[in-house]
Design a protein around this ligand. Structure first.
Ligand code: F6R
Length: 607
């Protein structure tokens, strides 16, 4: 996720662009840049770090430009450097663009463009500038459309041409773009906040729409250059609401981001026909991968629960013994590790001190050490010898939601990749990938039950304690649901494997002690059902997460949340969502500070 701002009109562009970037800084800020016109010539300035660094550089410049584009970057391809910061240009330096999203086939496109093009960055976005260059014969919109016809991936895109300082071409596919309409002026941005001080009139571009903008005209077409009529809307949001895209909290926005971002985690990383994944960043030969006899997943908190899901996946699909270690324990227990051990550090922030220290220890002991990380260029990403970014975009709520989902998706791809090198059949690989592709739509159907889950939260919000139960791959789901509830609502909760409850925790149960049980239709369904019967007999209220069509579930429970069926190994990608929503709505109902719960920090950089 990055932020884009563009302006065309009669005002000085620079302050509008810089202030706009500041408002989009929540979308990521590892580097930033602007391109404006100075004496009719395009001029691009970039800086690494916060927008303030860019502003500092611009202090000494005196641009008299009423037209320009700007970008704040959240790295996905290419490290955090000035040359990788946007805007990017083609070989002539005349086509200048800012891009948000991922050009999935950029390597292929680069190859086709051939050796005549000179690239200044390692980004996928720059390839797009060169692609547009090859189609440009005086009509910028046409050239952009020709280029986009060859692109696979996502984009929020603004393009300008040095010979056409009165034209801006803007396109959207998967990354939001809003166009603000003023008096003989237009604003473009990733959300409405940069333009709210100037206009409340906006149009929201939809996927596959392209806007061709001059100072006095806005013309919208689809990717086939057919006219599209857009409805002008009046924005009522204030700045904070606009940043949250209308959601009351970042956490809820991030929960609802999941159907989109899970696609970013898997896009371009699997081959359906071969039933396998290819995560190139692993930096291991097939031979090295086959030599691995043991996998250790090291993480903290939510990331460690994603790791437990990964353990089930690696053992089931790849047949490799896998352990999950809480990072703060691993580093002090003198773990047995050798050069046939592969250690993954899993971390959203990539800065968690315990995880980092544990990975250093594993490296010292000779293991292959890799990262599964969200923040590009973070310490864990740099200190490991390879790995994979989960592409969840900036996660701002302290409680992790979409990063967990994307960690699970990437772990599944790794398990498939290792599995296919070992004994996993192509048919099973294909079935899993097919099921994975269907996950985003199924997630949407769960999210559409948010209001119903809110009613449940209202009903149970005054509980002092809660128990979460799951079996098999749904045990880590129970752990994650329980952690979400306690960290944002401050209700005490525990999570147990369903079959373990009778060895102690069952003593806690009473009519005042609600139990959230995950009882979806999988190989452990009958066993879990028996555990739920045991709870029912103790008269504890039961909320079930059950598979659609399981009409008998309601006979066992006070309340049931239904989720669509999927393959068992993929269930955590769905079953966690109702638990996130339950925790969220409970915390809101109790008036908690949902995005900033007490005593917690987003990135734990101390031991
Ligand atoms: C819980 C949560 C934490 C983090 C943990 C690890 O919602 O966010 O438990 O998962 O602090 O953080 P990262 O993933 O940044 O290493």
């Amino acid at each position: 996720m990055c932020g884009i701002v563009a302006y065309i009109g009669n005002k000085q562009a620079l302050p509008i662009l810089i202030n706009g970037l500041r408002r989009l800084e929540y979308r990521g800020y590892d580097s930033a840049g602007i391109a404006v016109f100075d004496d009719g010539k395009p001029c691009t300035i970039k800086a690494v770090g916060k927008i303030d660094n860019l502003a500092e550089k611009l202090k000494t410049q005196n641009f008299d430009s009423t037209f320009g584009i700007a970008h704040t970057r959240w790295a996905t391809h290419g490290s955090v450097t000035e040359s990788n910061a946007h805007p990017h240009a083609d070989c002539t330096g005349k086509i200048i663009l800012a891009h948000n999203g991922i050009i999935e086939n950029y390597r292929e496109l680069k190859e086709k463009l051939g050796a005549n093009h000179v690239y200044k960055s390692e980004t996928d976005s720059e390839v797009l500038a060169h692609l547009i260059e090859t189609y440009y014969t005086g009509d910028l919109r046409k050239a952009v459309l020709e280029a986009l016809a060859r692109v696979r991936g996502t984009y929020g895109l603004v393009v300008m041409h040095a010979d056409r300082p009165g034209q801006l071409v803007v396109a959207r596919m998967g990354s939001p773009l809003v166009v603000g309409i003023g008096e003989e002026e237009y604003f473009v941005a990733s959300d409405a906040t940069p333009m709210l001080a100037y206009t409340k009139k906006v149009i929201f571009l939809e996927d596959g729409e392209v806007a061709d903008i001059s100072r006095t005209q806005l013309h919208t077409v689809n990717l086939k250059d057919h006219n599209v009529t857009k409805h002008v809307e009046e924005i009522e949001w204030d700045e904070a609401q606009a940043q949250k895209q209308g959601f009351p909290h970042f956490m809820l926005k991030e929960i609802f981001d999941q159907p989109n971002v899970v696609q970013d985690a898997i896009r371009g990383r699997y081959k359906l026909e071969d039933g396998t994944a290819h995560l190139g960043g692993l930096n291991m030969s097939d031979e090295q991968m086959r030599s691995i006899k043991r996998i250790i997943l090291i993480a903290c908190g939510t990331a460690s629960y994603a790791g437990i899901v990964g353990k089930y996946m690696f053992e089931r699909l790849a047949g490799i013994p896998t352990e999950v270690d809480v990072a703060s324990e691993f580093r002090y227990r003198d773990p047995i590790i050798d050069n046939q051990t592969l250690v993954f550090g899993i971390s959203q922030s990539g800065e968690t001190a315990d995880t980092l220290a544990a990975l250093k220890e594993a490296k010292r002991k000779g293991a292959f050490v890799r990262g599964i990380v969200n923040v590009v260029g973070s310490t864990i990403a740099r200190e490991t010898d390879g790995g994979t970014y989960i592409h969840a975009g900036p996660e701002l709520a302290v409680a992790s939601t979409k990063a967990y989902t994307n960690m699970v998706a990437v772990l599944l791809l790794y398990a498939l990749q290792f599995g296919r090198l070992n004994k996993l059949s192509i048919a099973t690989g294909q079935r899993l990938l097919q099921a994975l592709v269907e996950i985003p739509e199924k997630m949407k159907s769960i999210l559409s039950q948010s209001d119903k889950i809110k009613e449940l939260a209202e009903k149970y919000k005054n509980s002092r304690d809660m128990l979460y139960l799951g079996r098999g791959i749904n045990f880590p789901v129970a752990l994650e649901g329980s952690l979400k509830l306690k960290e944002i609502s401050y209700i005490h909760s525990e999570a147990y494997p369903g079959g373990e409850m009778k060895h102690g925790a069952i003593a806690l149960l009473s009519p005042e002690f609600p139990v959230m049980a995950i009882m979806t239709k999988n190989q452990l369904y009958d066993k879990m059902r028996s555990n739920v019967e045991e709870i029912k007999a103790r008269k504890a209220p039961i909320i079930l997460v059950a598979t659609e069509g399981d009409d008998k579930a309601i006979e066992l429970a006070q309340d049931v949340i239904y989720v669509p069926p999927t393959m068992e190994l993929l269930e955590p990608l769905l079953n966690t969502l109702p638990l996130q929503l339950f925790a969220y709505h409970t915390a809101v109902a109790l008036g908690r500070d949902v995005d900033r719960p007490r005593n917690l920090a987003k990135s734990v950089t101390v031991e």
